[in-house]
Write a protein of this length. Structure first.
Length: 474
């Protein structure tokens, strides 16, 4: 990090080293040159460039000189042409044939599609690792009964594993959408200024080869395919598609992180993110154990829908065959969206791997609020045994309100005793049966089985696809 200039936190603080390198300026220019080499090799086959010229272009492809290119760009105002100028000065034999027939987006969009597919593949692998971590946690807690909450109020019992399965199920949806986005990411192709391949068709006349042959040569080098038609760019709709999927992934992780924050608060005290032995929770309050990892997830996830919204505007206003008002923001939104999602997955994995579950507090909350969930079962069984449904409902409601008042005053939940002493109920149900029906551990339905079924789905996932990496040597 250059400490004397502003640097995006995504260039040093957030995201993996692999993704930072992928979206680095050096790698972008290296990949530009890889397209020019692939194009030169194809044009060599067509007789447009000699073998000596193509060999010379390839021989100098890795001599990246960003400082020289930026100096030229300051004079001419065009980054790609500046790179061509530097490249041509290095490749003195073949330099005059670099970029023959091409337009800037033939080069840049090929590179951006390639980089996005590489990035999606990396995110997919991270997501699979996170799902694996969830699967282990779900399996271990599939039958650990806890209190369920709706409206942030006690509701009915569930299991910790079932709750964790809810988050994992959201991530399985994201995995499927990310897989679809990977397949949808197609290149513009090598088709010239407005996508008609007119310049290439003219160049290739008499060679026995077509612009489509040339395009196939170049795209195969990057493991890419193109759609049937293009303008000067690939459809900017694809940027919106991918960034929308990343925004959805952010929503899933933010939901999980928000619930961890809630459950780690003193009122619940059931689940906590990891906290290191030397970790500082607050600069002024040494006792604090703030859920900073979960808060970081919530904070960064908010950026993703904003990136997607910008991509939407780019797609919606890319007038006619192309305008340039998407160019500047794409330099930010594409790499930073991927780096943001990458950081979210990494931090979420840390939280899941180090998740601390307080079974004592879970049992305490279950004792306090769990019996209320059994009141409906008591009513149903009492009616089946001959009781009056309306009268019983009022009796249960009255007892429940008294029990809540006792809890609010700091006492234990007296509901079981209140119902066991109620003559309307005991006339149709035995007090021991009433107590058994109020036991919350028997009110989780098929939650354990459903949690385990989700684990099986996770473990049956096929590997996430990943494109062939372009060799360092061109």
């Amino acid at each position: 990090m250059d400490e004397t200039n502003y640097a995006s936190p995504f260039s040093w603080r957030y995201g993996s080293a692999a993704l930072r390198e992928l979206f680095s300026e050096r790698e972008r220019r290296r990949l530009w040159r890889a397209v020019w080499v692939a194009l030169a090799r194809s044009q060599e086959r067509s007789g447009l460039i000699s073998k000596a010229e193509a060999d010379d272009i390839a021989a100098h492809a890795n001599e990246i000189d960003i400082a020289s290119a930026l100096a030229i760009e300051r004079e001419i105002g065009h980054d790609l042409m500046a790179e061509i100028t530097v490249f041509a000065s290095q490749a003195t034999v073949g330099g005059g044939k670099i970029h023959l027939g091409a337009t800037s987006m033939d080069i840049e969009d090929t590179v951006e599609t390639h980089r996005m597919r590489q990035a999606v593949g990396l995110l997919g692998a991270s997501l699979h690792a996170l799902l694996g971590a969830f699967a282990a946690r779900i399996e271990a807690t599939a039958e650990l009964v806890c209190m369920g909450y709706t409206h942030l109020q006690p509701a009915e019992p569930t299991t910790v594993g079932h709750r964790l399965a809810v988050y994992a199920q959201d991530l399985l949806i994201d995995e499927a959408l990310l897989r679809d986005a990977f397949e949808a990411l197609t290149a513009k192709g090598i088709r010239g200024a407005v996508g008609t391949s007119a310049a290439y068709e003219r160049l290739l006349r008499g060679s026995g080869r077509t612009a489509k042959d040339q395009e196939d040569d170049v795209l195969a080098h990057f493991d890419l395919k193109a759609r049937d038609v293009a303008t000067q760019t690939y459809p900017r709709k694809l940027d919106y598609l991918v960034l929308s999927v990343l925004a959805g992934l952010g929503a899933s992780l933010s939901k999980f992180a928000a619930d961890v924050r809630i459950l780690s608060s003193p009122g619940f005290g059931e689940m906590f993110e990891p906290f290191g032995p030397k970790q500082v929770g607050s600069s002024s309050m040494p006792f604090k154990r703030n859920p900073v990892l979960s808060e970081r997830i919530g904070s960064l996830a908010r950026l993703l829908p904003a990136f997607a919204q910008t991509a939407w505007q780019n797609a919606a206003t890319n007038y006619l065959e192309r305008t340039l008002d998407d160019s500047a923001n794409r330099r930010t939104i594409l790499p930073e969206a991927f780096l943001c999602a990458d950081e979210l997955l990494s931090v979420a994995r840390r939280v899941v791997d180090g998740l601390r579950i307080d079974e004592r507090r879970i049992a305490q909350n279950l004792r306090a609020f769990g019996p209320f969930a059994g009141s409906e079962v008591v009513m149903m069984e009492a009616v089946k045994s001959g009781g009056d449904r309306q009268a019983l409902h009022e009796a249960l409601r009255t007892a429940a309100m008294r029990a809540y008042e006792r809890l609010a005053a700091g006492g234990d939940n007296p509901l079981a005793q209140l119902l066991a002493d109620d003559e309307q109920l005991t006339s149709v149900l035995d007090p021991a049966e009433i107590r058994a029906l109020l036991d919350p551990s028997g009110h989780v339905g098929d939650a354990p089985e459903r949690a385990r079924e989700l684990v099986a789905r996770i473990r049956a996932l096929p590997p996430f696809p990943h494109p062939r990496a372009l060799a360092e040597s061109l």
